[in-house]
Design a protein around this ligand. Structure first.
Ligand code: ZN
Length: 555
């Protein structure tokens, strides 16, 4: 399996795990979990685990981390999950507990004088485990250096805000390994994005009746007593019978995309003996079918039991609605058309800076998402509507050139106030501030906050991403208090507006969030939103936000 290792590892992680680690006080065994052996022992630089719930993923991640840091001296793993609680639980009840109850491991690797706390564990061989958490804001992890990033519950992470920054933690490592893991959600979620760009290994089960190979990817494989053959209906035997190492009689991994560098493994509940061979567990699984007692939707059954993505995310707006706000006679240009400012009382702009300053050309891996810089200019039209006077999407690779051009447009359109994204644009914002003069540019940054808009008493406004996007869509777009130019000129912006869909996080908080598929950028929406905030600040009319009440939103 996989490409040859940069540093051949003599002891397999799976062998180390069986010899040195215990689970609930008993020596760890792969019996019934044979399909995890190739995952433990993979030498791939990038690994993606797309799993149903309750398939021993956390145990796998914990044992894998302990084995890898034991086998390679001075090896550092950075574990991250979306919430503090999830990370704390993983660190204490998975990693810490296994260390404490594995005497063979403890004697060799644990030293009483070395740090063993929730956020950091240092081993006798110089290896380290670091634990952090980030859902929307990766600042906590900046500055940590690691050899492997283990990003758990990836489905609930704001992917393009967090993962590229966490990848920077690997920049000094000669290994730079990445593992992403989680339970899939919509087809637009980052779990599916990573899966599509992986080897897509499915666990194949040979049917004892017709000898055909089955992959468990939909509800047709769910029988009354266990997983069944989708060709002849025969009950499938999930005990692979191949441990200790290979005998391809029954279960085996089959890649759909063998040429990809990232190794992806799909682990649905039914392929594990734990679920398939325990009548009580199987009845529980059946109760989660859409017509069962557990009240699961088909999408949730697919996500959590079958471990596959399903459905598209819900949108608040449609393309037809956006087009209905276009004025076919309005065009924008630079220099501005004659009479461009007729009926316009105030002019404000927003800038969403792309990651162009971070991503060097030629280093873009297919894990990265391309984020572009977008400038958006609004005019207050007849004292009530926001009219789009100009916008431009810049390609990702010329940030310095973009700044000069942006300053040119800001001056050309007499922009009075600018809000610039502080996340990627600190340097660029100060250059614009210098060009426009004092008090004309403010920085803002999205995150997860109690209030929609607060000043951090230092250098930026903190925005609650969910509420701010809700407000803009509800108060401006849905109430038709926006005027766009002709639809040809607006198409690129509308694509970005429509990339945004709703998800509910499953990280224990049940938070409603706005996300976009990593391959579908949304930068123009954020530039328009920052411009709307700049206009509110310029006109000191905050009614769009003040009137907002989250309880009015129906799920
Ligand atoms: Zn069959």
């Amino acid at each position: 399996m996989g490409a040859p290792s940069k540093n051949p590892i003599e002891v397999r992680r799976s062998e180390f795990t069986e010899k040195a680690l215990r689970l609930e006080g008993r020596p760890f065994s792969f019996k019934g979990y044979e399909l995890f052996i190739p995952i433990y022992d993979s030498h791939a630089d990038e690994t993606h685990l797309m799993t149903g719930r309750q398939v021993a993923k956390s145990t796998t991640c914990a044992n894998f981390s302990l084995a890898e840091t034991a086998i390679i001296p001075f090896f550092k793993i950075l574990y991250t999950s979306p919430t503090r609680e999830q990370t704390r639980k993983f660190s204490t009840t998975r990693v810490g507990k296994t260390m404490a109850h594995s005497p063979e491991y403890r004697n060799l690797y644990v030293h009483p004088e070395l740090s063993q706390n929730v956020l950091q564990k240092i081993m006798r061989n110089g290896s380290e485990l670091h634990f952090t958490y980030a859902a929307d804001d990766p600042d906590r992890a900046r500055g940590i250096s690691a050899d492997r990033l283990l990003a758990d519950e990836t489905q609930d992470v704001h992917y393009d805000a967090v993962i590229p920054v966490l990848r920077e933690c690997l920049s000094a490592s000669k290994y730079a390994y990445i593992t992403t893991a989680g339970t899939p959600k919509t087809m637009e979620n980052s779990m599916e994005f990573l899966w599509r760009r992986s080897t897509q290994h499915e666990w194949g089960l040979r049917c004892p009746g017709c000898s055909k190979i089955n992959f468990i990817i939909d509800e047709k494989s769910i029988g009354l007593k266990g997983p069944i053959c989708k060709y002849c209906g025969h009950l499938l035997d999930v005990v692979p019978n191949y441990h200790p190492r290979f005998d391809k009689r029954n279960g085996f991994w089959v890649p759909a995309n063998p040429d990809k560098d990232r190794q992806g493994f799909h682990i649905p509940q039914p392929v594990l003996s734990l679920h398939a061979n325990d009548p009580k567990k199987w009845r529980m699984l059946l109760s989660k079918m859409p017509d069962g007692d557990a009240g699961y939707s088909l999408s949730r059954f697919k996500n959590e039991v079958l471990g596959v993505s399903d459905a598209l995310g819900k949108r608040m707006i449609t393309r037809d609605h956006l087009i209905s706000l276009c004025d076919a006679n309005e065009t924008f240009a630079s220099p501005p058309n004659k009479g461009w400012n007729k009926g316009i009382s105030n002019i404000a702009a927003g800038i969403d800076w792309g990651g162009g300053s971070v991503i060097k050309k030629g280093t873009l891996s297919d894990m990265d998402v391309v984020s572009r810089t977008v400038l958006w200019i609004w005019g207050m039209w007849k004292g009530r509507a926001y009219k789009c006077l100009f916008y431009k999407v810049f390609p990702a690779d010329h940030p310095i050139h973009d700044i000069a051009e942006i300053i040119h447009y800001l001056k050309e359109f007499n922009v009075e106030m600018v809000y610039g994204d502080a996340g990627e644009g600190h340097v660029a914002n100060s250059m614009i501030q210098e060009a426009l003069g004092p008090g004309r540019l403010y920085q803002c940054q999205y995150g997860f906050h109690k209030k929609p808009l607060t000043w951090n008493a230092h250098d930026r406004y903190l925005l609650d991403r969910t509420t701010i996007i809700d407000c803009f869509f509800l108060q401006r777009v849905l109430k038709k208090r926006v005027v766009f130019a002709n639809k040809q000129q607006m198409t690129a912006a509308f694509d970005d507006f429509l990339a945004e869909y709703e998800e509910v996080t499953m990280d224990g908080t049940g938070r409603r969030v706005w996300r976009h598929a990593p391959a579908e950028p949304d930068d123009a929406l954020h530039a328009a939103i920052f411009g709307w905030l700049a206009m509110m600040s310029l006109t000191t009319d905050y009614n769009d936000i003040a009137a907002f009440d989250t309880s009015l939103i129906t799920q």
